[in-house]
Design a protein around this ligand. Structure first.
Ligand code: FES
Ligand SMILES: [Fe+2]
Length: 361
């Protein structure tokens, strides 16, 4: 077990929280980015897939991985590839803006690629031996979708469906496909705190009665529960008022389903739609969180657990930045898990420890 988890890491009744050093160390932070973020699935941004015969560039995990990629749709629409946007010659960006993809030409030395990333021409390379090789084609990333949300990964530690866990089946009865991005209800937040403190806070409902008086009225705190999944955690809150509940065949009166997917994606399902939160570490003590609202039932907005999200976010930000300051203390070492309430936090730390301990591949 990585030294940041105590010897009792597997048992939340005995384990200790990560030491303050985990949240302060730039070296550990850099390792987490390479081991956890670079091998994770990430939201691929709010634009839709390009139409047949077109390519569209995007940057995966901006500010963190800054991985340049592009989606490329086959001319007959039969396939969409997610490809590296770094030219295989000297790495120039190939696709600078949405364009037709019949022949993608690098602006630096004229190398050309087909819509599927195959190298088709490399001017001035006469005499190069064993050329072209498969490595001269554009590398492919993996991508997948959940309703209107696109996700991609260059080196995923697990396949997309394993990452989603029960989210795919659990959301099957919801009208995800017709959820539309509401830009007026979407915004980015930035604050001075380690990204994992934001995730720690998200993964426990223990603070709700103390930090979120408004939200606390909308849910039945006594019924709040956490279910662990291989790559995530689900928190379920029952609605105080059944009229604000999500409707599922086997489960009633759900005010909100809060999915966290390792390491930095949160998908919150409410009666009105879906709130996506993407946590982007900009540095060891600076975090950006993207909030995007996808609405399928406008009439149910601003009711129950899914109301006042901006207020809830401010309350969370406030408490997380307070923890960041507390962790500077030379007198604070590490705390303990509340076993009945912080199972999600413990699970998150174990997944992090596993990533840090795995051999880099
Ligand atoms: S970098 Fe693209 S052709 Fe040289
Ligand atoms: Fe909170």
């Amino acid at each position: 077990m990585d030294p940041f988890l105590s010897d009792h890491g597997g048992d939340p009744t005995r384990a200790a929280l990560p030491p303050a050093e985990f949240y302060r160390s730039p070296a550990v932070h850099a390792r987490v980015i390479e081991r956890a973020f670079a091998r994770a699935w990430h939201w691929a941004g709010e634009e839709a897939l390009p139409p047949p015969g077109h390519a569209r560039p995007f940057v995966l995990a901006p500010g963190v991985l800054d991985e340049p990629l592009f989606f490329s749709s086959a001319p007959d629409g039969s396939r969409v590839a997610c490809l590296s946007n770094a030219c295989t010659h000297r790495g120039a960006l190939l696709v600078r803006a949405s364009c037709k993809n019949a022949s993608l030409r690098c602006a630096y030395h004229g190398r050309r690629f087909a819509h599927d990333g195959k190298l088709v021409a490399a001017p001035h390379f006469e005499g190069a031996r064993d050329f072209p090789a498969p490595a001269d084609d554009l590398a492919a990333a993996r991508w997948s979708a959940l309703g209107p949300l696109l996700f991609a990964s260059t080196h995923p530690a697990c396949d997309f469906e394993s990452w989603l866990g029960s989210l795919r089946t659990r959301s099957a009865g919801l009208p995800l496909e017709r959820a539309e991005l509401d830009r007026a209800r979407s915004r980015d937040y930035e604050f001075d705190a380690h990204w994992a403190l934001y995730v720690d806070n998200y993964l426990e409902g223990l603070h709700v009665p103390y930090v979120h008086p408004g939200l606390n009225q909308a849910i039945e705190f006594d019924t709040y529960r956490t279910e662990l999944e291989p790559w995530g955690a689900l928190q379920i809150a029952r609605a105080s008022d059944p009229r604000d509940a999500l409707e599922f065949p086997n489960e009633r009166d759900i005010g909100g389903l809060y999915y966290w997917l390792f390491p930095n994606t949160m998908l919150n399902l409410y009666a009105w739609g879906l709130s996506l939160n993407v946590v982007l570490p900009l540095g060891v003590a600076r975090t950006r969180v993207l909030f995007r609202s996808y609405v399928w039932d406008r009439a149910r907005l601003e009711r129950g657990a899914g109301a006042g999200l901006e207020q809830v976010e401010q309350e969370d930000e406030d408490v997380v930045t307070s923890v960041q300051k507390g962790l500077r203390s030379r007198l604070y070492q590490r705390g303990r898990y509340a076993p009945a309430h912080e199972l999600g936090v413990h699970h998150f730390h174990r997944l992090l420890a596993r990533c840090l301990n795995e051999r880099a591949s």
